[in-house]
Design a protein around this ligand. Structure first.
Ligand code: HEC
Ligand code: HEC
Length: 239
């Protein structure tokens, strides 16, 4: 608890709200890397992630997606107390700059960790990710997250380069209501149809896939979603 309090004190002073010099052609101040040092104990340098399997990478995720998450933590719609406190006093503009900064970082990322999941679990995960399960009205994850699973700008994140425990925690968050997104919250609908076994299988399969050489999200509207998501306004959803 003491460490947490210390961390938050350090972080709030670090994130000073004064506006620095804008970097040429960039939508965030030139000294943004210094300002977000407060985030590095948990998210790593340039947001590349750490060894802690529960602390997610931020680098290279779509800017709109990152902004939606910062806004969700600030408003308490997504719950993780250290993040909720840290963002409570930051302005909307500043959250956008932070999101733009991390979306712009492309550090080299480590390959997937070894998995102890069985072949049948991995095959079940692969089937859900690539084909879904029509009988249970589960859409294929690739239908929104994209064939190469790199997401779609501005609001749909890629699903590779995440650890299994983080992925299952997020799907659990949607199933139990501690993580919500802008309405219509399509991920709540998807996660609500998954069993515990499904969650374990998709998490193990996804975490075991190597990142593609070009992990950049597909352009906005480049493919239609099977149904609407509030996080992806005009998200290419064609009824
Ligand atoms: C004490 C550790 C800690 C600190 C410090 C911290 N974070 Fe986080 N952050 C987390 C954890 C853990 C999660 C995942 C929470 C969850 O399960 O929903 C997270 C989630 C996020 C997400 C959502 C990622 C995604 O893929 O959905 C963003 C964006 C984020 N943090 C940004 C920041 C920024 C910016 C800072 C610095 C201002 C920061 N965090 C500081 C621990 C931290
Ligand atoms: C209808 C479109 C749609 C489908 C289908 C879909 N997703 Fe998503 N997913 C989204 C959107 C939109 C978000 C971002 C939500 C937000 O803003 O928090 C998201 C976010 C996520 C995240 C959070 C990533 C992070 O970095 O925190 C995970 C994990 C995820 N989806 C897993 C899945 C899995 C597994 C499947 C297949 C079983 C799936 N999704 C199918 C639209 C979809």
């Amino acid at each position: 608890m003491f460490v947490k309090a210390l961390l938050l004190t350090c972080c709030l002073s670090f994130l000073g709200l004064d506006v620095g010099l804008a970097q040429e052609g960039k939508s965030y101040p030139a000294d943004m890397a210094d300002r977000v040092q407060a985030c590095t104990p948990c998210h790593g340098q340039e947001g590349r992630g750490t060894n802690d399997p529960y602390f997610p990478r931020l680098a290279g995720k779509p800017a709109g997606y990152l902004y939606n998450q910062l806004e969700a933590f600030k408003s308490g719609r997504r719950k993780y107390p250290p993040m909720n406190y840290l963002l409570a006093f930051l302005t909307d503009d500043y959250l956008r700059q932070i999101a733009d900064y991390f979306a712009d970082q492309h550090p080299a990322l480590p390959g997937p960790p070894a998995t102890d999941a069985s072949k049948s679990v991995l095959e079940h995960g692969q089937a859900l990710v690539t084909q879904g399960d029509l009988d249970r009205a589960i859409p294929a994850c690739v239908s929104c997250h994209g064939g190469p699973l790199t997401g779609q700008s501005p609001g749909i994140p890629g699903l590779l380069g995440l650890r299994a425990s983080y992925i299952s925690a997020q799907l659990g968050g949607w199933r139990y209501g501690t993580r919500t997104a802008n309405a219509p919250d399509c991920m709540q609908l998807v996660a609500g149809r998954l069993t515990e076994d499904d969650v374990r299988a998709v998490a193990a399969y996804l975490a075991g896939q190597p990142l593609p050489t070009d992990p950049v999200p597909a352009p906005a509207g480049s493919f239609a979603l099977p149904f609407a998501c509030g996080s992806q306004p005009d998200g290419g959803h064609k009824p």
